[in-house]
Ligand binder design. Structure first.
Ligand SMILES: [Zn+2]
Length: 305
């Protein structure tokens, strides 16, 4: 498999249907180079064409395997993060008892839901993830996409934590999920915010650029997508993450106290500062939200398009 995206004919914007072309390439922090399009009509940013899907399959089977202590995929840190996220979920969806989690990963959040008395169904695409969730938390997650979930009673809430950017066709998955949601039920997602200072000043080093991230949403593009799919009352907030190293290495050594005298360091600092100010001016409502927690509700029966 090449580490550079191959061209295909697929370039339709998932938000507004406009045919788009690759406008630039990004060498992602983990190595592969991805092709990016920015829709000239709605501004949505997405991979065009999509990177080879087998990259994502291999990545998660490896990431969910044992041996990732002190990294983003450490089950105990996932559990800690899930507990903090649960408080946010509960405050936004206070009466949700029956919950569907799409993309349960290692099962940390679903296990927190179970511990808090919720009736939980969880789906996961990675066989390793499903196996580990059983070992770690005793969870029986459904292996496969949400459209293969057996019939069951409708849900009060559906959650997708850091999943929507991984979906080649998020509109299709959201529509399938919405059919499982009660009228007035909550749909909540977390994802990186393209219109943030961290993206604008990070350039190609932005943490969210990845070969398995096909879509890069902003509050505006996400709102437009879900409203087209029959959701109302869109809100967004920030996600507080527990900081962990991404590769298991020890923290960097203490920086040189004289680094401010280095002209390259000085130039980079000025550039970052300028870009942060620009981001603040362009997106005054969400420039400082690196990861957004978006919440919306399925339109009451009769109001669905
Ligand atoms: Zn568009």
């Amino acid at each position: 498999m090449s580490d550079i995206a191959k061209p295909t004919a697929d370039g339709i914007c998932v938000i507004c249907g406009t045919k788009c072309r690759t406008s630039r390439y990004v060498r992602t922090p983990l190595g592969p180079t991805i092709a990016i399009a920015e829709c000239r009509i709605c501004g949505h940013v997405f991979q065009c064409p999509h990177f080879d899907k087998s990259y994502a399959d291999d990545f998660f089977n490896e990431a969910y395997a044992p041996g990732h202590e002190n990294t983003y995929f450490d089950p105990q840190l996932k559990l800690k993060h899930a507990s903090a996220l649960y408080d946010a979920f509960h405050s936004k969806c206070p009466s949700a008892r029956r919950v569907l989690e799409i993309g349960g990963g290692l099962g940390a959040f679903s296990s927190v839901l179970v511990a808090n008395g919720h009736d939980v169904v969880s789906t996961e695409m990675s066989e390793t993830g499903v196996r580990r969730a059983k070992e770690l938390f005793g969870l029986n997650m459904h292996l496969g996409p949400v459209d293969t979930l057996p019939p069951c009673p409708a849900f009060d809430a559906i959650i997708m934590w850091d999943v929507i950017e991984h979906l080649p066709q998020p509109d299709v998955v959201i529509e399938t999920a919405a059919a499982r949601l009660k009228p007035g039920g909550w749909f909540t997602v977390t994802t990186g915010n393209y219109e943030s200072a961290s993206r604008f000043s990070g350039g190609d080093t932005w943490w969210c650029w990845a070969a398995d991230h096909y879509h890069y949403f902003s509050p505006g593009t996400l709102k437009r997508l879900v409203e087209r799919l029959g959701f109302t009352d869109f809100h967004y907030d920030r996600v507080i993450r527990i900081s962990v190293p991404t590769d298991g290495t020890a923290a960097a050594p203490h920086p040189n106290p004289l680094r401010f005298l280095n002209p390259f360091h000085l130039a980079r600092s000025i550039n970052t500062h300028t870009r942060e100010r620009l981001a603040r001016w362009r997106w005054p409502d969400h420039w400082d939200i690196g990861v957004m927690l978006a919440t919306m509700q399925k339109a009451p029966a009769g109001d669905v398009r």
